[in-house]
Design a protein around this ligand. Structure first.
Ligand code: T1G
Length: 702
């Protein structure tokens, strides 16, 4: 796109209006910076122009640099837009609507005034994609709002609403009325003659205040130590803001550029950029007609007021959608509603929810005890016991009462969606809507397509997920769908390594060092060992060849169900959630090894990491081969938002590419030799290794 096409310059009432028009979010792609510079030059040179306005066309101001350009060679620009805007002898007013993020906000900070509509959001979120504000943001923002507030914004990467931005001093005025352009021209004229121009780079008063608290930078480093471990970008952000306090502006800019260059092509930045685009790609349904735009659901219903049912109802209420909760027994209904009230009360007690907001959300959740009461809802999600007969009965009733076109969804985490669909006369309207516990917290929303599910129903269900703040990802119906199925081998290997001599605390340390917030055994103690025990019992009953997991089975049979019983893989002191390694577990492991003649040995940390993740990479390839997921990057999104996979590692398949497809195949073949059939390499994995291809770009077969 040429400069002229992505940036327009028009003179109106003596004001030069510079409009960036680079859909969808006016990113600073090719030609945009050059277009802005050319426009400012025209405005400066035009005697009829007394001031200028910089704004975005369409739904947003500028959402930052074009992330797709990162990692690609870029010729060093002769002039920087920031310097040109800053140095303009005529005032430039940045008029913000939608988003002013990253390079977008930096262009606004390089302008002399900033005005915004009330719904606008501003921020410097570069740290979320593994870099830092590289267009002067780390030097200008501290001068405008003070180093502490600036550092908080830059290290968190959060989007700041216009009202708060005004209070912080980022924007000079909130614009009323609908016509931002008109208001911006009026504002520009009102400051056209004012001199000197308020250049942010010249502001020193807020920097001076920081000199009184030099410890703020070390304090910030300490406060992010746990969350930002293994990462560089957050620390480089702090170092840049520190430079804004300790160095002259232009020296600080050099520091910013040097540290930016260190990050741009880091593994961390590549992984976070990949995750950014994978989260956008996952929303796309291959082959779906472009005009397939399902409506926002206005009313919802949930069948079952258990833990999942209650959490699902809260998800709808949290996003302002009225929801009915159906339970046939009044007692179960009251118990379920009380659990919902208690959950909200915990958030109010923690201060993360206002009492009034709690009341507002509770008012959106209506308990009902008759199917007729939900007949007009746009979507219904069944969340009853994981028993086939009960689910079939529910779907037969839903088929009888729900209005035509309603989405009939099941929250089953394992039962084949077709079983529920086939008891209805409208299987095309049935799909899985798999929430992850706790349903009102976990972001992953797995939409399961049955054999007869229509593309309209898939799109509708995915939209439901997005409308309640989830990340919707599609999976094909099969045992464990895509997310749990891809993780199941991870669980199996973690249990079998114990039988060979690994210890829970060693495995957990490896995964925490890798970046997980918590190790898999500690997570198992938190959610309860008995849940997976019941699943294993069902599987062993159905499949005589099912490989029993003796150690966890024995612990549960000893009454060690995890934190809730004070002991599981670890032991816990009363009222304390700190996991303590337990000799009892060691002796159970030794006992199982002796009984089944399993030789005990030591494990390297790297072997533990590879054993867990390679098992799932292999399964993910089988899932793609069978078309049970659209893209490998979808599976990565599932791991990021369903299983706490460290985001700066990109995801399971992205990690596999950092090891390399041939090495992954070599490793899996070695374990195939040693451990047998469960490690048989997937055909797709062999193909990727043979072609030297990448796992993250793999797509569903056919
Ligand atoms: N670059 C390239 N493409 C982008 C983009 C960007 N900055 N932002 C969005 N897109 C694409 C996105 O991939 C999708 O494409 C479409 O726009 C709609 O996005 C020098 C170094 C603005 C809050 O980090 O956070 O500036 O999938 O689905 O939900 O210091 O997009 O349709 O083909 O997300 O309404 C800093 C990133 C860059 C902001 C809108 N900026 N964007 O959310 O729409 S680094 C960011 C967002 C930088 C400077 C540095 C969100 C949004 P497609 P969407 P949305």
């Amino acid at each position: 796109m040429s400069e002229a096409e992505v940036v327009r310059f028009e003179v109106e009432d003596g004001v030069g209006v510079i409009t960036v028009d680079n859909p969808p979010v006016n990113a600073l792609g090719p030609g945009v910076r050059e277009g802005i510079i050319a426009a400012v030059d025209r405005g400066v040179a035009d005697p009829n122009v007394s001031a200028m306005v910089l704004m975005g066309a369409g739904r947003s101001f500028i959402a930052g640099a074009d992330i797709r350009q990162f990692g690609k060679p870029r010729p060093a620009p002769a002039r920087l837009t920031h310097d040109v805007l800053d140095a303009s002898p005529k005032p430039v007013v940045a008029a913000i609507h939608g988003y002013a993020l990253g390079g977008g906000l930096e262009h606004a900070l390089s302008s002399h005034y900033r005005i915004a509509v009330a719904s606008a959001r501003v921020g410097l979120p570069e740290v979320l994609i593994g870099v830092l504000p590289g267009g002067g943001g780390t030097q200008r923002l501290p001068r405008l709002i003070g180093p502490k507030a600036a550092m908080e914004m830059i290290v968190s990467g959060r989007h700041v609403p216009a009202a708060e931005a005004k209070a912080l001093g980022i924007v000079d005025a909130i614009v009323e009325g609908q016509d931002l352009r008109k208001e911006a021209i009026r504002f520009a004229k009102s400051v056209a003659a004012k001199r000197p121009l308020p250049r942010v780079r010249d502001k020193a008063d807020r920097i001076a205040e920081a000199k009184a608290d030099p410890g703020m930078f070390e304090a910030m480093r300490k406060s992010i130590a746990r969350k930002a471990r293994n990462q560089k970008a957050p620390y480089h952000c702090i170092a840049c803001v520190e430079a804004a306090v300790t160095q002259p502006f232009d020296e600080g800019l050099k520091t910013e550029r040097r540290l930016f260059a260190e990050l741009e092509n880091s593994e961390e930045a590549k992984a976070l950029r990949y995750a950014f685009f994978a989260e956008r790609e996952v929303a796309k349904i291959p082959g779906a007609p472009k005009d397939l735009k399902p409506p926002r659901v206005k009313t919802a219903a949930v069948i079952g007021a258990g833990t999942m049912g209650g959490g699902i109802a809260m998800s709808f209420a949290d996003f302002g959608i009225p929801v009915k909760v159906l339970e046939v027994s009044r007692e179960a209904l009251d118990k379920g509603m009380q659990r919902v009230r208690d959950n909200y009360a915990v958030s109010v007690k923690r201060g993360s929810l206002a009492q009034a907001e709690m009341e507002r959300r509770l008012a959106l959740i209506e308990p009902v005890d008759r199917y007729e009461a939900i007949a007009d809802c746009d979507v219904v999600i069944e969340a009853v016991f994981e028993r086939v007969d009960v689910k079939k009965e529910v779907f037969a009733k839903l088929d009888a009462v729900m209005k035509p076109g309603a989405l009939l969804l099941t929250n089953s985490s394992a039962i084949d969606t077709d079983i529920m669909a086939n008891v209805t006369k409208r299987p095309q309207d049935v799909a899985g809507a798999h929430f992850f516990a706790p349903a009102n917290v976990m972001k992953l929303f797995e939409v399961v397509k049955g054999t007869k599910t229509s593309i309209e129903t898939i799109a509708g269900a995915m939209k439901v997920g997005r409308d309640i703040g989830k990340i919707s990802a599609v999976a094909g119906t099969c045992d464990g769908f895509a997310a749990n199925r891809s993780r199941a081998p991870f669980i199996t290997e973690m249990m079998l390594m114990l039988e060979e001599g690994a210890l829970p605390e060693q495995v957990d340390k490896v995964m925490v060092d890798f970046g997980y917030p918590m190790g898999p055994f500690a997570v198992s103690d938190l959610s309860g060992l008995d849940i997976s025990y019941d699943t294993r019992k069902r599987r062993a009953a159905a499949d005589p060849n099912y490989r029993k997991l003796h150690v966890p089975d024995r612990l549960v049979e000893m009454g060690r169900k995890g934190q809730k019983t004070g002991a599981g893989w670890y032991r816990y002191e009363k009222g304390d959630r700190t996991p303590h390694p337990d000799e009892v577990v060691k002796s159970v492991i030794a006992e199982v090894a002796r009984e089944f003649g399993i030789e005990q040995r030591t494990f390297t940390d790297d072997e533990i990491l590879r054993r867990l993740l390679c098992a799932s990479v292999n399964e993910a390839c089988k899932i793609l081969e069978e078309g049970k997921a659209y893209r490998a990057s979808d599976i990565d999104v599932m791991w990021l938002h369903g299983f706490g996979f460290p985001r700066y590692r990109g995801g399971l398949m992205f990690w596999a590419d950092t090891v390399g497809s041939r090495e992954i195949l070599r490793q899996i073949e070695e374990w195939h030799q040693r451990y047998g059939a469960r490690w048989k390499p997937a055909n797709l994995l062999r193909e990727i290794a043979a072609s030297g291809g990448s796992f993250r770009e793999a797509k569903a077969a056919g």
